[in-house]
Ligand binder design. Structure first.
Ligand SMILES: [Zn+2]
Length: 321
């Protein structure tokens, strides 16, 4: 767990470092979104959550490709980079760790201005529903207890049991951003020796790491992380509002730190992870697989992106210290 956290840090710091150098000589710069990374979750060896008739990897890919096409149609100048376009682990990788690492690296190497990951949610229980043994009735009875002189009659109940089908009712959308509280921890953890060890063992890093013992550098890294966080939160909020306007149940903008959210922390750019619905809910799975549902989801994402892009590009963003 700790190694994964440490591994996450490198691309963020690298981009932060590169940004801070390349922008040093430009006091004010007009922000533009040139490259958008579209990340369909899971794939290949990892089907993700399972529904009754489909899996998360396939649905996420279909929606992500449609979203990418809609983006290119409306913004032909936009560079859309997919982390995968077929049913494979990203980059053809065979383990979860390599797959996620590839996604984050691709995003960073492509100089993405925004990272949008598409996933389907699951409630943790069986898709569709499950059978459960329950009490169906209770009849009062007289029961004899004790022995000898202590023998007496008490009131009790006779229970009858049956099996009922419980529908898997969890549904709705959620959009994730990384946990801000982790920013400082991320900066501090660079001091640890394991960090360097982990980077070396990956065999891909021959680059000078930022020096977090330099207070100015540490502050700069933190400010950039917070800057990305604000933008991510803004977009996540727009996405959930669009879902709500389409009549979906919005479960809101959330934060969590688990494997699925790893890419959000590893990408040196604003990043969100959209759970477009519960694949474990029979009705919602049908919606997620339908042309109508996918079209609506893509429209919602487009509406949110359009507003976000306009907001970001209408402002001049001053250089970070
Ligand atoms: Zn997922």
């Amino acid at each position: 767990m700790i190694k994964r956290t440490l591994l996450v840090l490198f691309p963020v710091f690298l981009s932060i470092l590169l940004l801070s150098f390349s922008e040093k000589d430009k006091p004010v710069q007009k922000a533009t979104i040139k490259t958008l990374i579209v990340d369909p979750g899971h794939g290949g060896f990892d089907p993700g959550a399972r529904g009754l008739t489909s899996n998360e990897a396939d649905v996420s890919l279909e929606v992500a490709l449609k979203f990418g096409r809609a983006l290119k149609e409306e913004f032909p100048e936009l560079n859309v980079v997919y982390t995968r376009t077929t049913d494979i682990g990203a980059g053809g990788k065979k383990t979860k760790k390599e797959d996620l690492y590839y996604r984050a690296n691709l995003a960073n190497e492509s100089s993405g201005d925004l990272f949008i990951s598409i996933h389907c949610n699951s409630s943790g229980k069986r898709a569709g529903g499950w059978y459960e043994r329950v009490v169906t009735g209770k009849t009062p009875i007289k029961k004899t207890v004790g022995k000898g002189k202590k023998r007496r009659t008490v009131n009790s109940y006779k229970y009858t049991y049956g099996t009922v089908y419980r529908e898997n009712t969890a549904h709705g959308t959620e959009t994730y951003i990384w946990a801000l509280s982790k920013n400082d921890a991320k900066v501090n953890s660079v001091n640890k020796m394991e960090y360097y060890g982990e980077i070396d063992s990956s065999g891909t890093m021959g680059i000078q790491l930022p020096d977090p013992s330099d207070p100015a550098e540490k502050a700069r890294m933190l400010i950039y992380a917070q800057h990305f966080f604000r933008k991510s939160l803004n977009l996540a909020d727009l996405v959930e509002k669009e879902f709500e306007a389409s009549g979906r149940l919005s479960r809101g903008v959330k934060q969590r730190n688990d494997e699925g959210i790893w890419v959000l922390q590893a990408t040196g750019m604003p990043s969100i992870l959209v759970e477009i619905g519960f694949i474990t809910n029979k009705e919602e799975e049908e919606y997620l697989n339908s042309d109508k549902g996918q079209k609506e989801i893509v429209e919602d994402l487009m509406n949110a992106f359009r507003v976000y892009k306009q907001k970001v590009e209408s402002k001049t963003i001053s250089t970070m210290p």
